[in-house]
Structure formats: C-alpha cells, structure tokens
Design a protein around this ligand. Structure first.
Ligand code: DGJ
Length: 727
C-alpha cells in the first residue's frame, strides 16, 4: 500500500511501515521505518523540537528544524551537514546541487537496471528538482508487500545544456534515531567467504564495501543493523542488500544528535560520472527489510524476496557432478566418459566438465578466450561426450570464464586491444590473466556468440560462469571515472542477451569460489557456487554466514573428497553430505574412486535430496544457535506449509563428555502431533512441547566407545532429524 496525504507519504507492507513527509522547505523528512503504523495522524511521528541545536544550520531560521537533528530521506551536500550525504553532484563551475520536492507519483513503471527485482506490488517515485538548475533527482520505491521488502534506487536526469558530474549517488539512505546500534557485515576472503562480524555504531562512521570491480569475497553487499539487545528471534532488525555485482559501498554514521545515517550503493571512492544534456543515470537497486522477529525474521524476508523476486530461472536444478577436484587440468575424454558412467550409476542428473577442456588449456597461464574443444583431449569432440551424457539422461555442462583473456591465446593474438592493459606500462595480472573490456560492443557480441556456439554446436545445457580476477589497468575511460559501473552494466547486458536467447540454459555463478555471490548475479544464475572450501567445518560457518542474506536453494554446495583439498582436514562422508544437503546439492570428486560404502552413502543421499528439494525451494529456515560463536551450527529448515522440518546440527569440536543440548524448535503448530525420526531414533511430541520444552538431543558418544557404522553426532560431526506433522 502506498498513500500520499497531507504531505505525508506512507508505504506499507504486510508487517512494516515506511513513512516520510514533505517539509515546508521542500525537504523529505524521514519519520519511521519499522513495524506497521496506522494510516492517519502520522504527524505524531514528527519531533516538536523547541531546543536550539547549537552549531547546526536551519532553513529560514526555523529553530525547530536543525539540519543535524533531522532524519532525511536523502541528504545533499552544501547544507552544512556534519555527516556524509547521499549524493554529491556538481556543475562545470563546481557548483553543488541541492534538491527540493517537486512531485510524487504512484504506479509508474520503474526505469531499473537490467539486473533488478521483479513482481512488485506497487511503485512510488518522488521527483526532486535542483534549486538552481533544470536537473531532476527521482527517488524510486518498489513495494513487495508479502515479503516485507521495499527496494529503492535513484535516477538523475540532466535537462541542462551543460554536462553535470555525479561524484556520489547512493541507491538508498535511511536515517534512523539510535543510540547503540550494531552493524553486522559478512566478509572474509577466498575460502572463508561471508563470515558474520559485528561492529558497534555509537559514534563516527563505519564504511565498508569493495573497490575491485566485483562485489567480492572481502565484503558482501548484504548487511544488518540492529539494536544491541535484538536477538535471533526477537526485537528490531533492519537488513539491506544491493542488486549489484560491481564495486559497492555501505556505511552507517551516527552524529552527536543521535541520527544514524545508513546508506548503500555503488562505490563512490574515485567515482565520477559525466551526464550530458538529456541523459540519465540510474543506480542499482537497494533492498531493505525490517523485522521485529530478530535476525531470523529479516533473513526469512530476504530469502522469500530472493526466491520470488530475484531469481528468474524456471525449472528444477539438477544434482550435479563437477570435474574440478577430480581432474583439475588433467582432463581426457576417457576420464570424462568414466565419470559420466559413475555419476549416472549414483543418480546424478548433470555432469559438468570444469576448467581445462578447451584448446591448449593445460594450466592456468593459457588459452582463456579460445572457447573451442581441445582435440587432443577430446579426439571425438565434445559433442560426442555431450551426447553420451545425454544418452544417460543427464545434462552436460562445461566451465567458461568469458570475461577473461590469456595473452597466450588466439583471441589475444587476434584482438590485443580487447584486453584491459595500461598502454606503455606493464599490466597487472591476476591468475596469469587479463580482463576483457566488456564495455566494447564488439566484445559483448563475441561473448554472446561464444556461449551460443557452446549451446548450439556442443549441446551444452549447463554453464559454470567463472570470474577469477579483479579489475585493474582501466585505460579506456571517457573522461568519467565510472568504469566499474559501466563494466557491471555491460556484464548484465551480456547475461540478459544470453538468458533471453537460451532460457533453459542453467548458469552457475562462480568467482574464485564465492567472490561474486550477490543479487545481481542471482538475477541470471539460479544458484551461485558458495566457496571453493568444501571442508564441512569451514563450510558450515560459510553457509551459516551466507544464510543471513540468501536462501539455501541459491547456495550451490558440493561434497568433495577427504582429506579436503583446501584444508587437508579429514571428515566422514556423512558430515560432508549433511552439510552439502543444505543448499543446491552436488559433488566434485571422482565417483569411481569412492569406496563401496561411500558410493552407497552418496547414492542414498542423492535420493534423499531429490525428495527434499521439492520443499527446499520455498523453505523457511531458522538459525537456532550462533554458529560463529557457539560449538554448534543448528539449522531448522521447514517446508512452506510447516508440515516438514529438517533439523541439521553440526558440532564443531568434540568433548568426551558434553553438555546436554536441548533444541527449542520454531514455527510449529502448537496442537499438532509431530513424529521425530533420524539417527536411529523415533519419537513423538506436540508442537507446543517441541517449541517450549525443546527436543533433547541424544548423546551417543562419551569417548569410551566408537562405532564406525553409526551415523551419530559423536562420530561424524553432524546429526540430522526430520520432524513431520502427523495426519
Ligand atoms: C575457481 C573456481 O572457484 C573453481 O571451482 C574452479 O572452477 C576453478 N576456478 C577453475 O579454474
């Protein structure tokens, strides 16, 4: 619902309200974001200040309206603000822009970027006009009522004759009063992506983001703000994300008057965009949600939003076997055929040949860009392998890194200017490779054609789209410093063309593991590779961190061999399977090298997963512990109708005699009788008992006896129980 009345604007979702008003000075004063409020008498949300805020500035000498003590919908430079502002723009003389309200419209069609959400309930655009120039700033709001999400973005339209410069334009700004907020970021590095870290926001500013041209493993665009007292299931939490895969930033700054200004958008450090007459500039979409049910509440909103309004692929995703850790670059037709046989026997639905399949790609210094088969490795051609795979009723897929080029490649020899390299200087390499200049139309066409050939000539049904280095050596800018933005938009144009032309093609997103795990990529990829680290202990933490912002069905998980190739830690196949099951499930190992028992375990697990995935796609999940701090990661995964619950417990460290673990389940029907089964146990209990009394986890291991054959928590690290509503 969107309502504009008496200068008050009220946007409501099922459980939240977002309110701002137009002040007598033409500013937009933010009044409330949180639980639902009534439609009328919204003026009560306005502070009636009668105390002069010394040092701050006032429009028209109005002492009740100190700039620093007021929450704004969007703040502008040149007003004497003490805090950072949401936009900085200038004209050719360096004159700074300042906008005032002009108009507001409900139900207009939004001019979003290619990667954007879909299926909104309604839209609002607030049009602001610069005080001195014919330049408009539009603030857009897209409302998703059922999932309690509002997305926002800004657009600038230059109707002046002269160019204007955009130095900073955040997608959204949210000013809220708060004393003791905590901000949680999800950052890390290769192999340890999206680990939750909490920072206190009580004075000064916190600024994070990426500068590398990609959303990055170092700082995911998803973040949360909450009151210190808010927990997993109660009290107020705000969460934010950005539909964008390029360099991004977010910040939270608390000024001395208690206003906390939260912003997110494209990275403004070094940013400059020149806008000519008649042109417009659109920011990526910021996503925000609020819940009074703690961090699980905002996660559930974000999950439903991603499932319903971000991913676009329609169809079931296959249980997939990937060749990377089984073969690395040492690929042969014979080996791939054998893997196809093994995969088919175990029940896999797709086989994906990773890096190393194409002409001359014997190691990572060679051949990126030459997306044709290596005849020495595939003497009968990729088509024959693809056909063989399809004859076993499995999809055939291959790896590609289409945004890259190796100097030792036919592509580079023919088109050296397509690579990003600083002229007359030694360009920086990353994994021995360079980036293609995606902003060139000819390069975009080449990538679309190359992918088209793989689909049409080789019969590929699955593409793993990798991206293994950051952007550098930008030397082809047009006087603007906006290459990262334009690169990202070009990437979306390419993906848009490919997904429109081949809607059935499954594209897995990947970037040196989970380096581009973001809502932009998820518009085109139904799932994204979470991390190269598949060790269950590391993986449980990575998946738990990822689960704050993203639902399980978009997390691509594999089981791999033990000892793990990244951590060298050994683990039981059960732990690896149980953890990998919490997402889109697959494997990267040679099925033919597994022992008889492990083969059986994997084949059984595939059957279980095929059953579960029907409800996993729209599941609701709860984190029942803080796996970052506690000894356990405990995840309750529940079907949409609440009839099925899967409880996954991962124990990090073993103690010979451990404390009793009592798990209180969430969201169950009080009066319904549930059957609990798993790990050799069967019990019954009412929902009310499981919620308030809890499920006491059986302790099966006390350091006195060890049974290899059992799948209990004591000997494997994981325990999985199903809780099913009876009748
Ligand atoms: C990085 C990816 O994360 C891996 O899964 C694998 O595809 C390699 N690249 C291949 O070079």
């Amino acid at each position: 619902m969107i309502k504009i009345e008496d200068k008050f604007i009220h946007i409501a979702t099922n459980n939240t309200s977002y309110v701002f008003c137009i002040t007598p000075y033409g500013d937009l004063q933010h009044l409330h974001y949180g639980g639902r409020v009534a439609d009328n008498h919204l003026d009560v949300l306005k502070e009636l200040r009668s105390v002069l805020l010394v040092n701050t500035l006032y429009p028209d000498g109005d002492e009740s309206y100190g700039i620093d003590g007021t929450c704004f919908e969007y703040s502008f430079a040149n007003r004497g603000n003490s805090s950072a502002v949401g936009t900085i723009m200038s004209d050719k003389n360096g004159g700074v822009f300042d906008f005032v309200f002009s108009n507001a419209k409900i139900g207009e069609v939004p001019p979003t970027l290619a990667a954007s959400s879909h299926g909104y309930d309604n839209t609002l655009v607030v049009i602001m006009k610069d005080k001195c120039r014919n330049v408009m700033l539009e603030l857009w709001y897209l409302v998703y009522e059922n999932v309690d999400v509002i997305t926002r973005f800004a657009r600038v339209i230059n109707c002046e004759k002269e160019d204007i410069s955009i130095h900073k334009l955040m997608s959204a700004q949210l000013d809220i009063f708060g004393d003791d907020f905590e901000l949680t970021t999800f950052d890390g590095a290769w192999g340890r992506e999206r680990i939750a870290k909490t920072h206190t926001i009580n004075s000064g500013s916190f600024l994070a983001g990426s500068h590398s041209g990609m959303s990055g493993a170092e700082c995911n665009p998803f973040f949360m703000i909450k009151d210190k007292s808010a927990g997993c299931n109660c009290d107020d939490v705000f969460a934010f994300n950005l539909v964008y895969s390029g360099s991004h930033q977010f910040s939270a700054e608390r000024n001395p008057y208690g206003v906390v200004s939260v912003m997110n958008g494209i990275q403004s450090d070094g940013f400059l965009y020149k806008l000519q007459q008649g042109q417009n500039f659109v920011t990526p979409e910021s996503v925000m949600t609020f819940s009074c049910f703690g961090t699980n509440g905002v996660s559930q909103n974000m999950h439903a939003f991603v499932q319903k309004h971000i991913t676009r692929y329609v169809g079931q995703l296959p249980v997939m076997l990937n060749s990377w850790e089984a073969m690395y670059f040492d690929i042969t037709e014979q080996k791939v055929m054998a893997v196809i046989d093994g995969a088919s026997e175990l029940g896999f639905e797709a086989v994906v040949v990773d890096d190393g399949w194409f002409k001359n790609r014997h190691n990572d210094t060679l051949a990126l860009g030459d997306w044709v088969e290596d005849k020495n490795k595939f003497p009968n051609g990729i088509v024959s392998v693809a056909n063989y795979c399809k004859s076993k009723d499995m999809i055939f897929g291959i790896w590609i890194e289409p945004e890259m080029i190796s100097v030792d490649s036919d592509l580079y020899r023919a088109n050296p200017t397509w690579a990003l390299m600083t002229p007359k200087a030694k360009a920086i390499v990353g994994r021995n490779q360079y980036i293609l200049d995606l902003t060139k139309t000819i390069v975009q066409d080449y990538i679309v054609e190359a992918v088209g050939r793989l689909v049409e000539d080789y019969g590929i049904g699955y593409l793993k789209w990798d991206f293994n280095r950051r952007l550098s050596d930008i030397c082809c800018d047009d006087g603007s410093q906006s290459y990262h933005y334009r690169y990202t938009l070009s990437l979306y144009q390419i993906m848009e063309r490919i997904t429109k032309k081949y809607p059935k093609l499954i594209i897995e997103g990947c970037a040196s593991g989970g380096g581009r795990f973001d809502l932009g990529m998820l518009c085109y990829c139904p799932f994204v590779w979470v991390s190269d680290n598949t060790d269950p202990l590391s993986r449980a933490e990575i998946q738990e961190g990822t689960s704050y912002g993203y639902p399980m069905n978009v997390m691509l998980n594999h089981i791999s061999a033990s000892p793990n190739h990244q951590t060298e830690r050994s683990s039981k196949i059960k732990s690896r399977l149980d953890i990998a099951h919490c997402g889109a499930f697959g494997a990267q190992l040679d099925p033919n090298k597994l022992c008889k028992e492990d083969k059986q375990a994997l084949s059984d697990a595939i059957k279980v997963y095929k059953n579960d995935r029907v409800w996993l796609e729209n599941c609701k999940s709860y984190r029942l512990s803080n796996g970052q701090v506690d000894n356990h990661c405990i995840w309750q995964i529940m079907s949409k109708d609440g009839d099925y619950v899967k409880l996954v417990i991962f124990k990090k460290r073993f103690y010979t005699v451990d404390a009793t673990l009592k798990i209180k389940l969430k969201g169950l029907d009080d009066d319904a009788l549930y059957e609990i089964f798993g790990e050799g146990l069967t019990r019954q209990a009412y929902g009310l008992t499981l919620k308030n009394g809890g499920f006491v986890l059986p302790q099966n291991y006390q350091g006195v006896k060890y049974e290899e054959s059992t799948g209990r928590i004591g000997d494997s690290g994981t325990a999985v129980y199903y809780i099913k509503k009876k009748g």
